[in-house]
Design a protein around this ligand. Sequence first.
Ligand SMILES: NC(=O)c1ccc[n+]([C@@H]2O[C@H](COP(=O)([O-])OP(=O)(O)OC[C@H]3O[C@@H](n4cnc5c(N)ncnc54)[C@H](OP(=O)(O)O)[C@@H]3O)[C@@H](O)[C@H]2O)c1
Length: 184
Amino acid sequence: MPPFRIEGYVIVSGDGMLANADRVMPEGLKFEGDKQFFTAALDRAELIVHGRNSGEDQPNSPQRKRVILTRNVSAVAPDPSNPRATLWNPAGAPFEAACDHAGIHAGTIAIIGGPYVFDMFMDRYDTFWLSLAPLLFLPGGEPCFPGVPQHSPQDILAAHGLKPGPLQMLDPAADVSVTPWRRS
Ligand SMILES: NC(=O)c1ccc[n+]([C@@H]2O[C@H](COP(=O)([O-])OP(=O)(O)OC[C@H]3O[C@@H](n4cnc5c(N)ncnc54)[C@H](OP(=O)(O)O)[C@@H]3O)[C@@H](O)[C@H]2O)c1
């Protein structure tokens, strides 16, 4: 197994949603403190992994190497629209093949969504950074993980062997915080 460190990142509403009923991340779920935390984390990562609709859209995005999940390729292929991106269909190749194609053989890998992608790595996270905006509710929204809202995001992380570390406040006015869930 390559020496990867796998870290997950999401911000969720009080009811565990990562997007609204239109499957769009609303402005109300965007907070400056969380944005700064997320940007700094991605700047430290060797590779970013996400679904076709979950790019981070930040000023440094063009510099970052990334793997994008899609069923539009059979296994692993270059992204014709981005020389730093690899397209990957997990049905056709293991994750290590996508990393190899991206030229990444060690270091931190940031998993940034959406729900299917988070779920794929649930038993591999070293740390999952769960940001929470507890005052916002998105009824009918898109749950961050399969199994939400029947179970809370925290219960799902715990069921996969992760334990919460110290909470860090990101936006006191909105009560937005991030908690690292680490594998012990
Ligand atoms: N709040 C947050 O922190 C946060 C985090 C992440 C995302 N979001 C938001 O959540 C929304 C994303 O939602 P989404 O459900 O569309 O998630 P997504 O995972 O970004 O996009 C789904 C895409 O992933 C690919 N995919 C899905 N299952 C696959 C499989 N089995 N094999 C290969 N590829 C697969 C598909 O691409 P193909 O159709 O090409 O096959 C599909 O279009 C966006 O609005 C985003 O902004 C929010």
